[in-house]
Design a protein around this ligand. Structure first.
Ligand SMILES: Nc1ncnc2c1ncn2[C@@H]1O[C@H](COP(=O)(O)OP(=O)(O)OP(=O)(O)O)[C@@H](O)[C@H]1O
Length: 130
């Protein structure tokens, strides 16, 4: 078992933490279908935002909201894996923990959709009324 960094400080530890985080990100991107869908949609939204030349502040809001959805999806995956570590059998508490964790992504995703509509409504409408 490799837990050599536990309790250590310094630049080596700092840069290794990037390696661990990148490994986690790549894992979630490769293994989680929801993460792939969110990422594909996020890329699409950012491309459209640039094409429609939305204001910088709206672009910043979009980036924060997209990062929020992706970060919550990553935490949700971590909770799922932790629950699986505790039990692979059916357990009502495992079910509850996973459902609640998924609910966090759900709530933020709904907010993201509402924010997206508010930001894109004007620019898209003006495309058709020109
Ligand atoms: N050990 C368990 N006991 C009871 N219910 C579970 C258990 N594991 C999963 N579930 C139920 O199945 C749902 C889906 O869980 P699952 O772990 O398959 O998540 P997922 O979103 O499909 O992610 P992934 O495909 O990455 O595993 C959970 O929200 C929960 O309701």
């Amino acid at each position: 078992m490799v837990l050599k960094d536990r309790g250590k400080k310094g630049w080596g530890r700092f840069f290794r933490s990037f390696k661990y985080a990148s490994r986690g990100l790549i894992y979630v991107l490769l293994k989680e279908q929801n993460m792939q869908l969110h990422t594909a949609f996020a890329v699409f939204v950012v491309v459209i935002a640039f094409l429609l030349r939305i204001p910088l502040l709206h672009l910043v809001i979009l980036v924060v909201v997209i990062a929020g959805v992706l970060a919550l999806e990553i935490v949700n995956t971590a909770i799922e894996r932790t629950v699986d570590l505790v039990t692979n059998e059916y357990h009502p508490l495992a079910e509850r923990a996973k459902d609640i964790s998924a609910a966090a992504v759900f709530v933020f995703s709904i907010a993201a959709v509402v924010i997206g509509i508010l930001i894109f409504y004007g620019p898209v409408l003006s495309l058709f009324t020109k």
